[in-house]
Design a protein around this ligand. Structure first.
Ligand SMILES: [Zn+2]
Length: 449
């Protein structure tokens, strides 16, 4: 099943030629409509007419979130990235400003249509179709995800229940019998616990698919969620900047809609592409169909997420668009003595199947020590289903096994006492995460430079 079969199954040669047409047009559009890029081409002595192919993009500098902040009020007088007249702007969004002021994005109706198409393709590739009823637990508001998914549902023919938050009464599930839920790993687990308290069995409520949006997760979390809800669990990656990639039924990577967004994977110095199959930083460029327009065009934008290209061959699902590995956020990646680890590695440890007999899955981790290479301490706080009956030694052992699974170097540091674990066990709902918003940071670096 496809949403747009012709495009989604197009052969590589044709697809690449569409991409090149759109790179050429988008660069021209940026030069004509984006004050930032017009200045930027001039400043860097680049003739936009000479940027025609994917490789030509290497000649353009990389921009990032800081560049956007510097080119909008209060630092700049106007919004230099806004690439359309005010009268054509349909919505204005701000990305949550974890590091100071938020970034502003302008979307036209054209942008909305393309964002919705990307999500529609993802939904259909996961088996959703007409007649499905889907609860969106992701928040509406300034975040584009929930809104554009709702727009996608209209294209696919699905019914949306726009809860917009992680807590809602059991009657929503019982009365409307949704076939799918969109949210996060933790929201789904919490919902399942609440339903169980009211004597419902989550796996018997008719939910057939869960879509985890906007965060990467460990395979362990996926298999546990699938068990609790008795259904398929899919990953979808998206951002206000326009990266919407969905996992198909093969569940081995995310298809990037190559005709609508251009993703390159760069080396850590951000001066060259890496080969397919090698990890690197995802650099995004907007792709506009010839004649299309956009409120905020981005060329060579550093997403601060890392991933790798897994394949550009036809997938078993029939799609030809490239598959990328599940992106991990740089912000959630920390280094101990030259070895990186990510929040997902912590989740590998928490969600070991046997641990889930004792834990809720909620956790909070603090990293202490000094950045100069002394002893690092991972303070791991785990929430128990029933603290009195928690088998602490088993959970500790499983946690370490899972955490070290992809990190043998950290296991070595641990055995040499350079990395110490303090694993604490808390009562249900004791973690401070609940006192703040649902997506509070779970991994906090407290090290002093
Ligand atoms: Zn596929």
């Amino acid at each position: 099943m496809f949403f747009n079969e012709k495009i989604e199954t197009m052969n590589r040669e044709k697809l690449d030629s569409i991409v090149e047409d759109r790179i050429l047009y988008t660069v021209r559009y940026a030069n004509e409509n984006s004050p930032f890029y017009r200045m930027w081409f001039r400043k860097n002595r680049i003739n936009p007419k000479e940027i025609r192919t994917h490789t030509d993009l290497l000649n353009l500098p990389i921009v990032n979130g800081k560049t956007i902040r510097k080119n909008q009020p209060p630092i700049s007088q106007d919004f230099q990235f806004k690439s359309i007249d005010w009268s054509e702007v349909f919505t204005i969004h701000e990305t949550s400003g974890t590091s100071g002021s938020p970034k502003t994005f302008f979307l036209t109706w054209n942008d909305w249509e393309r964002y919705a198409e990307k999500y529609a393709r993802a939904f259909v590739s996961q088996g959703f179709g007409k007649g499905d009823r889907v609860v969106i637990c992701a928040s509406y508001g300034m975040n584009v995800g929930a809104n554009t998914m709702t727009q996608a549902a209209r294209k696919v023919g699905m019914t949306i229940i726009p809860e917009g938050k992680c807590t809602f009464p059991a009657r929503v599930i019982v009365n409307y019998k949704p076939t799918g839920l969109v949210g996060s790993v933790f929201k789904f687990l919490k919902l399942a616990r609440e339903l169980s308290k009211e004597n419902f069995v989550p796996s018997e409520l008719g939910v057939r698919r869960l879509v985890v949006g906007g965060e990467s997760f460990a395979e362990e979390s996926r298999s546990y969620l699938a068990e609790v809800w008795g259904c398929d669990v899919f990953n979808t990656y998206g951002s206000t900047e326009g990266t919407m990639c969905g996992e198909c039924t093969q569940k081995n990577g995310l298809h990037a809609p190559e005709d609508l967004v251009h993703l390159d994977v760069y080396n850590p110095s951000l001066n060259d592409f890496v080969k397919d199959g090698e990890p690197g930083r995802i650099i995004l460029s907007t792709l506009l169909p010839v004649g299309g327009q956009s409120g905020t065009v981005l060329l060579n934008y550093d997403t601060e997420d890392s991933s790798m290209v897994l394949s550009r061959d036809r997938c078993a699902c029939g799609r030809t668009h490239m598959k990328i590995n599940y992106p991990q956020r740089e912000k959630e990646t920390f280094w101990i003595r030259g070895t990186p680890f990510n929040r997902v590695d912590v989740e590998n440890g928490v969600f070991q199947r046997e641990n889930m007999e004792y834990l809720t899955g909620e956790y909070k981790v603090f990293l202490y020590g000094d950045l100069l290479g002394g002893v690092s301490t991972l303070n791991v706080n785990l929430e128990c289903l029933d603290l009195k009956n928690c088998n602490i030694s088993i959970v500790k052992e499983n946690f370490l096994k899972g955490f070290f699974k992809f990190k043998p170097q950290l296991q070595k540091e641990h055995s040499e006492n350079n990395l110490v674990f303090q694993i604490n066990f808390l009562k249900q709902d004791e973690l401070e995460i609940y006192k703040f918003k649902c997506s509070s940071k779970r991994l906090v670096d407290k090290r002093q430079p």
